[in-house]
Write a protein that binds this ligand. Structure first.
Ligand SMILES: Cc1cc2nc3c(=O)[nH]c(=O)nc-3n(C[C@H](O)[C@H](O)[C@H](O)COP(=O)(O)OP(=O)(O)OC[C@H]3O[C@@H](n4cnc5c(N)ncnc54)[C@H](O)[C@@H]3O)c2cc1C
Length: 534
């Protein structure tokens, strides 16, 4: 297979244009070209009058060796790299109890899948419900304000990213093709095939739910098992070795090998780990507000006259400003054509986040505008970040009216330092509802000031970003884990043998794809350790 990189065409080209460009680049005849597959496709809209698609292609030709020799000096033409992931092998049967995986978010699911493929028959345990029941609970909360603390946007099968935009970007490039394995498994489970090649792939909430169900079916077919509504409340330890877990029900499950993939919101579980002597440290994360603009404002900025063209997806943006207060303010988890959602997982707290469906066709674009907070902001205490989040989420709940309404302010009023009393032309999407107010009470002054400084800077990049009527809702606190569960190179906790912290909650990964990759690495490390024991 031959690879061509950086092949550039107008964004509205057709299939014939692509084939012709390949023939021209390789200098071959149509009869020599067997197949053209897109390996990567990105949109280059830096010049609005000439928006282009940039491709990496995998090509099959009749005389591959000859073609490669002819282009030996062209760095854009080479042999296509291997894209297959090799599943690790369990050399002998596990001596005693099967491995446990706590959490069925991206990290837990992909750890579970690799363990099952290797023949380890893992048991996957989650405090929440199977994804379809969880979906009902979550939509019910948005409609009726009745929060189920164990079944919501953060907890339950699929993990935190289930009701999301399903963006699958990561900066991590993996030599062993773990990233490709994840994307391929997602496609086999029902995700759109384009995620295999799009530069900014995304799945969308409704499709993700189906994908998560199908991944479960595959893990079960391979010998894995799931146990839902089973919160892990304690660890069974013998000196510094894990021997099993205790569930909320009192049930004990024995195992010497436990992957801990609990995400960033299991505050009770982090507290239990701390009590049990698992070494934790506070880590930086970011907090701020969700901002909503009409999607047309973003499209016009990014695409100029081509805005609204049916071949152009809803536009996104990525912004950052290093504020004079020393804190970086940036846009996070931008959801084109999406919704701002209520993402609380506990009573008396308001937390926002963003999601979109595959079509990204809602009226507003939203993103979190956040500033970094660091361990010294919460006295370097390992659980200080959790206390910080809890405190500000509770204040926000009260400011919203104590009924899960999110406090909301117009961007114009926020910049002028006055409370808002009514909406303008932009309708916020947050459910169950919003309360117009002054957002200054929701977050520390240093965060509010840094964001206030950043918004006019962002206006220079996106005209309309500080639109008077654009809306801010508070607050965004769950950008990444406030805690790191310290682990060694063998992926095991530095204080408890046999315990493998993985995914976002470990503090070593963030986002769907990187957490899933981290889950796979933890499973590989566990398999290696089991092989060495036997
Ligand atoms: C609304 C929203 C939108 C997002 N959008 C995106 C996006 O578009 N792209 C992206 O890359 N990332 C996104 N993220 C972040 C992404 O979802 C997370 O990075 C990712 O889910 C982390 O995966 P994880 O498996 O490590 O943890 P999680 O997905 O958080 O899963 C942890 C699991 O552990 C379970 N659990 C916790 N404690 C216990 C316990 N004591 N016992 C048993 N089970 C327990 C929970 O129920 C949960 O299912 C979004 C997050 C949210 C909330």
């Amino acid at each position: 297979m031959i690879r061509i990189t950086e092949l550039i065409l107008p964004f509205d080209h057709d299939e014939d244009d692509l084939r012709l460009a390949v023939l021209k680049t390789l200098g071959i005849e149509e009869c020599q070209l067997n197949s053209v597959a897109i390996s990567r496709s990105s949109l280059d809209a830096r010049k609005k009058h000439s928006i282009r698609r940039v491709y990496t292609l995998h090509i099959e030709t009749a005389d591959e060796k000859q073609v490669l020799e002819k282009h030996a000096k062209n760095r854009k033409i080479s042999r296509a790299p291997e894209t297959k992931y090799i599943v690790p092998i369990l050399i002998r049967k596990i001596k005693r109890h099967r491995p446990l995986v706590i959490g069925t978010g991206p990290a837990g699911i992909f750890a579970g899948l690799v363990l099952a493929e290797a023949g380890c028959s893992p048991l996957l345990i989650d405090r929440g419900k199977p994804v379809s029941e969880r979906t009902r609970d979550t939509y019910n909360f948005w409609k009726t304000r009745e929060l189920n603390s164990e079944s919501n946007v953060q907890f339950g099968e699929g993990g935190a990213g289930t009701f999301s935009d399903g963006k699958l970007q990561t900066r991590v490039r993996d030599k062993l093709n773990r990233d490709k394995k994840i994307l391929q498994e997602l496609v086999l489970a029902g995700a759109p095939e384009e995620i295999l090649f799009k530069n900014k792939p995304h799945i969308g909430t409704a499709k993700l739910v189906k994908v998560v169900e199908n991944l479960r079916k595959k893990i079960v077919e391979l010998g894995g098992e799931y146990q839902f509504q089973s919160r892990v409340d304690d660890l069974i330890l013998e000196r510094d070795q894990i021997k099993g877990i205790k569930l909320q029900s009192g049930e004990e499950i024995r195992s010497d090998h436990v992957i801990l993939a609990i995400g960033h919101s299991a505050r009770d579980t982090f507290k239990m780990l701390s009590r049990r002597g698992v070494q934790l440290e506070a880590k930086p994360f970011s907090v701020g507000f969700r901002i909503e603009h009409p999607q047309t404002v973003i499209d016009q900025n990014q695409y100029g006259k081509q805005a609204g063209h049916p071949l152009l997806e809803a536009a996104d943006y990525q912004l950052a400003h290093h504020s004079s207060l020393g804190r970086t303010v940036y846009s996070f988890c931008m959801c084109p054509g999406g919704l701002v959602i209520a993402a609380s997982s506990g009573p008396g707290t308001v937390v926002t986040n963003g999601m979109s469906q595959y079509a990204r066709n809602e009226r507003n674009a939203n993103s979190a505008i956040v500033a970094e907070v660091v361990p010294t902001d919460f006295k370097d205490k390992p659980l200080g970040g959790i206390e910080f989040q809890q405190r500000w989420e509770e204040k926000t709940f009260l400011l919203g009216g104590g009924n899960f309404n999110a406090p909301c302010q117009l961007v114009g009023d926020f910049l002028n330092g006055k409370p808002s009393s009514e909406l303008g032309s932009v309708q916020p999407s947050y459910l169950p509802g919003i309360t117009m107010t002054d957002l200054r009470g929701c977050l520390p002054v240093y965060v509010v000031s840094a964001i206030k400084e950043a918004l006019p800077k962002f206006e220079k990049r996106i005209r309309g970003f500080t639109l008077e009527d654009a809306v801010l809702t508070g607050i965004e606190t769950r950008t990444s884990s406030p805690v790191r569960i310290l682990r060694g190179k063998d992926y095991q906790s530095i204080s408890i043998r046999g315990l493998y912290p993985a995914g976002e909650g470990s503090g070593y990964a963030g986002g769907i794809l990187s957490s899933a990759m981290d889950g796979i690495k933890a499973a590989e490390a566990m398999i290696q350790s089991i092989n060495e024991e036997n």
